[in-house]
Structure formats: structure tokens, C-alpha cells
Design a binder for this molecule. Structure first.
Ligand code: NG1
Length: 548
């Protein structure tokens, strides 16, 4: 069974959360401490604790929203949310955080009447849930509200809930959050928050009970969390939510999004460890979205249309096609007819199309002479072959971006070659596993080096073509290589946050010590902060709920 079809695990004992093993003292204290603090603050024991881990992306950056496969793994740091209901009639949510910098928030979902045009031209009025999410500022409770939205919409459609009376509606909820995934670090604290919050609202409303027939699968939870996270203002691709929900210990995950969400384990070669190191530059993705993340989303989507036209790929008039679809269709992939490209065929197509990207460069003489490849909005509209109003509707009406030039060529070159690197990375891991089965784990060096090389190429491409690195990330990855890593790259959205390095298991302590000494922002950090900033990690397990 694919991970996407599995049920969300609901455990009744803490040992089961840790795979049947006795958890460490620190973990026991953390989980029990959260439940006790909940009782102290709310005067009642919590009914559930929802857990969702952060993730590290080993390779495949900024390609999930073009629907190419990626290769992340869950990390041990996670978000825990204790939750319970209280006796009030209204469906108020009270949310507290163990961290004193986040203050208590209280909110209540409201319904609003929305009018939408129908085919006949008349307006139809529907009731929709409304939870005031502020997209302009990064507010911690926005992620909690975002998690609630999907649960409300899926299980309590506003119109039916209102007409069926309060006892059919969502219950009032108290929540207490504690997070160990550093915010803005590229380890996806935001997805962990949204997944944990979605799970908490599902659990407390009885939607994960064994008796509930309409239980959601891991795949559905991923889809729901993706939609939820978009409400905070970032048009995320799905990798983080999938890794947080579907990871299994001991292996990384190959997540493909096309033609549907699927995840399968990828064994990692013996003798290596991945080390996450935080650059300590906070990347405030929601706030910078219009110049960074969301702009990349638009650039890659428009590039897909321009490329499709040059490759004579048939397109719907207002279709917002992705690069993955264009690559497939250009070599006769037919999803409806059940003809999906194999990994080898996809790799071949990627290699061939990566040589045909000149159509995405600016044709403006002055820009070319100045060595610029970016295009203006006017040029981009012309290249798309769409009327201005249609272009606006398809590419700009649903997302906010700010740019004078759009780098269609550079972004696409990154995406196609990064997608190829993911396929190669996966194949090397599978080859290493086959070799280990037949000849033992004695000589894994050649595989480890090959993986490191791909990670270094990925970093270079992120820095030069996708322009999502920053000086500190460049410095940290360089230091990592000279401290003995086989390879090192930024992980996650970039523009700050963490790096991930592949390091020989027996050299990991020396490696970490060297980076601690040599990366200037680490000087003067206290032990606790340093341990949070740089740590070795192995793939961990995905999200779950503990019923108390
Ligand atoms: P992080 O680093 O968690 O912000 C973001 C997106 C991913 C993916 C990566 C880049 C969200 C929640 N996540 O990750 O989907 O596109 O950037 O590979 O927006």
C-alpha cells in the first residue's frame, strides 16, 4: 500500500509513538510536561496530543510546485499540540504556546455569505467559514487558524452546519502548543504547525475515532494541510506536508506529485549521516513571498507555457500548465490513457529539453548585450501568446508578486536539472542498497561521494540559477565541504535557514566541532542554542496523534 492510502496513526501509549521503544527521559518529560501544563492552564486534562515533525529536504529544491518529485526525510524536532474541548456552547478556540514569546490567542470561526457567479450569469450565495488570517504579518496563530479551516470545510460545511444547529457544529477547543522546529530555518516549522494543528482539530472533533466512517487518509491530510497553508499566503508545493505526514524511520521519502501524490521509502546508504546547520539568517517566507517564493511560482508557471508553445505541446486556452506536464506531454505521456513516464524516460526527456531553453531568454538586444536573461512583464505576456487580460487572470490574479524582470530561463534550467538530480540521487541510493545486500556494506564510499556531488551541484544551481541562496548559506556550505562533508546544500526554500550536509558517520563529531569553530555567527552561542543550530539527524517517523 502506498503511504498516501494509509490511515493516520492514533496511539494510546507513548511507547507506540516511538515505534514500540521506551522514549528517552527528555521525551517523556516533554510529552508529560505538556499535558500537565495544559491541565494547569485550562483546569482539565487534554484529550489528545497531536505531533508533526519538521523535515529536511535532501535534494529537489523548488521543484515540487512544478510537480517534480523530491526527496526529503522527517527530522526528530517536531511540534506538539495538546488539545481538549470545554463545555461552552460557542465554538471558541483558545490557543496558548509554552514559549513565552507567543501570547495567548482566542478566536472563533464566523461564517460569511459569499456570492459567486453561476453559468447563467446570476450570482449564487453560499455560506463560507471565515477565520481572520493576517497575511501581511507573520502571526503565530495564523498557522493554527489555517489548520482549522480545512477541518471546518471538510467536516462542517458552513451552510449545513448553520441549519442543523449548534450540536452538529465544531466543538469549542483549548490548545497548548510546544515547538522544537526552529521557525524560519528551512526545516519546515510552518508545515509542522499546520499539520499538527489540522490533526488536533480533527482529533478533538472526533474525526479520527475508530467509529468515524469518514476517516481521512495520510494522502488526504497532506492535501488538506497544503490547502490550509496556502491560506497563510504561501503557495507551497506539498513537499513539507507530505514529508511531515508520511515519513518512516530509517529511510528518506521519494515523493512524487504527478499524476497523483505518492510516496515511497528510499533507503540511505550505510555509513552516512545528514547534518543540519542553521545559517541563523531567518527567512521570513510569508512576508517576502511576493519577491521570492511566490514570484518563483509565477516564473516557473509562465515558463512552462512558453516552453510548451515552443515544443508544440497542446495546451488548454487558459490552462495553468506545469513544467512536469509539459515535459511529459512533449514526449507523448498520456495520463488519461494510463501512459505515465517511467523514471528513465522522464530523465531522458529532462536531459533533452534542458538543451532547448533558449526560447525563455530575453530577446531584447540591450538586455542580451548586458548579459541579462530576464524578461519584462510586457515581454513575458507576448511570449505567453495570451491576451493581457487572460494572462492577468491565469498567472497574476490569484497571487501577489513584485518584480521588474522575470527570470524564466534561469528558473527553468534549475528546475529541470534539479528534477534530474533527484532521480539520480534516488537511483544511487537504490544501487547502494542492492550492493549492500549482495556484497555487504564494506564499500559504500563511491555511493556516498556521488550523492555528495549531486548535493553540491544542487547548491550551485540554487545559488546561480534559482537565486534562493544568500551569502551566509554559501559560506556555510563551503565550510562544510572543507570540514569533510561529501556534499552540502541549502535545504528548504532558502534565502536563509538551514543547510544539509552528507557526512561520514564516524567523522560527524569532528565535523560538527569544526563548523562550530569556523562559522562566525556560531561564535558566542550558548550550548543549548548551538545544539539547536547544528545537529546530526536520521530520518524520523511522520505525524501521529496520542489519545490520552
Ligand atoms: P520551506 O523551507 O519549508 O519554506 C518551501 C515550500 C516547499 C518547497 C520548498 C523549496 C512551503 C510550506 N514549503 O519550504 O513546498 O517548495 O520551499 O523546495 O511553502
Amino acid at each position: 500500500m502506498d503511504y498516501a492510502d494509509q490511515q493516520i496513526p492514533v496511539f494510546t501509549a507513548l511507547n507506540d509513538v516511538f515505534g514500540g521503544l521506551v522514549p528517552s527521559l527528555a521525551n517523556i518529560e516533554r510529552w508529560n510536561g505538556l499535558a500537565e501544563e495544559f491541565e494547569r492552564r485550562y483546569g482539565r486534562k487534554p484529550s489528545y496530543i497531536a505531533r508533526a515533525p519538521g523535515r529536511v529536504n535532501l535534494i529537489g529544491e523548488h521543484i515540487d510546485y512544478s510537480l517534480f518529485g523530491v526527496l526529503p526525510a522527517a527530522v526528530e524536532p517536531d511540534i506538539l499540540i495538546a488539545c481538549g474541548t470545554h463545555g461552552e456552547e460557542s465554538c471558541t478556540v483558545v490557543v496558548d504556546n509554552l514559549h513565552p514569546k507567543y501570547d495567548r490567542k482566542i478566536f472563533e470561526p464566523a461564517t460569511t455569505s459569499v456570492s459567486k457567479p453561476t453559468i447563467s450569469g446570476d450570482a449564487a450565495h453560499t455560506e463560507e467559514w471565515h477565520l481572520d488570517i493576517n497575511k501581511k504579518e507573520l502571526r503565530w496563530e495564523s498557522y493554527v487558524k489555517a489548520g482549522y479551516y480545512g477541518v471546518l470545510e471538510r467536516f462542517f460545511p458552513a451552510a449545513t452546519t448553520l441549519s442543523s444547529g449548534a450540536n452538529q457544529g465544531p466543538v469549542p477547543v483549548d490548545l497548548l502548543v510546544t515547538g522544537a522546529v526552529p521557525a524560519g530555518s528551512g526545516l519546515s516549522s510552518s508545515a509542522a504547525m499546520v499539520v499538527a494543528s489540522t490533526l488536533a482539530f480533527l482529533a478533538v472533533n472526533g474525526k479520527l475515532d475508530p467509529s468515524n466512517v469518514d476517516k481521512i487518509t495520510k494522502g488526504e491530510l497532506v492535501q488538506m494541510s497544503m490547502e490550509n497553508e496556502k491560506r497563510v499566503g504561501v503557495n507551497s508545493g506539498g513537499m513539507d506536508q507530505a514529508a511531515s505526514v508520511m515519513s518512516d524511520p530509517a529511510s528518506a521519502l521519494y515523493i512524487s506529485f504527478y499524476p497523483e501524490l505518492k510516496a515511497s521509502p528510499v533507503p540511505l546508504p550505510h555509513g552516512v549521516v545528514f547534518v543540519c546547520a542553521n545559517s541563523l539568517v531567518v527567512s521570513d517566507k510569508a512576508v517576502s513571498a511576493k519577491r521570492c517564493y511566490n514570484l518563483r511560482v509565477v516564473e516557473t508557471l509562465v515558463a512552462a507555457r512558453v516552453l510548451a508553445r515552443s515544443l508544440n505541446v497542446p495546451l488548454g486556452a487558459e490552462e495553468r500548465v506545469t513544467l512536469r506536464e509539459v515535459v511529459g506531454r512533449s514526449v507523448g505521456e498520456d495520463i488519461q490513457g494510463g501512459k505515465v513516464l517511467s523514471a528513465d524516460a522522464l530523465a531522458e526527456a529532462l536531459q533533452s529539453i534542458a538543451k532547448k531553453l533558449d526560447v525563455l531568454r530575453s530577446r531584447d538586444g540591450a538586455a542580451v548585450a548586458a548579459g541579462r536573461s530576464g524578461v519584462t512583464l510586457e515581454e513575458m505576456i507576448e511570449m505567453s501568446g495570451l491576451q493581457r487580460d487572460v494572462f492577468q487572470k491565469v498567472y497574476l490574479s490569484w497571487i501577489e508578486v513584485e518584480a521588474t524582470e522575470f527570470e524564466l530561463y534561469k528558473r527553468t534550467k534549475h528546475v529541470l536539472l534539479e528534477a534530474l538530480r533527484v532521480l539520480q540521487f534516488r537511483q544511487i541510493c537504490l544501487d547502494a542498497s542492492t550492493a549492500a545486500d549482495s556484497a555487504g556494506t564494506g564499500d559504500m564510499g563511491v555511493y556516498q561521494k556521488k550523492l555528495g556531488k549531486l548535493m553540491n551541484e544542487s547548491q550551485e544551481s540554487c545559488a546561480e540559477l534559482f537565486e534562493c541562496s544568500c551569502p551566509e548559506l554559501d559560506q556555510l556550505t563551503k565550510l562544510a565541504r572543507s570540514a569533510g562533508a561529501f556534499g552540502s546544500r541549502l535545504t528548504g526554500a532558502g534565502w536563509g535557514g538551514c543547510t544539509v550536509s552528507i557526512v561520514a558517520e564516524d567523522e560527524v563529531d569532528g565535523f560538527i566541532a569544526k563548523i562550530k569553530e569556523e562559522y562566525p555567527p556560531y561564535k558566542g552561542l550558548e550550548d543549548g542554542a548551538l545544539k539547536e543550530a547544528i545537529f546530526a539527524t536520521r530520518p524520523g517517523r511522520g505525524a501521529c496523534v496520542l489519545k490520552l
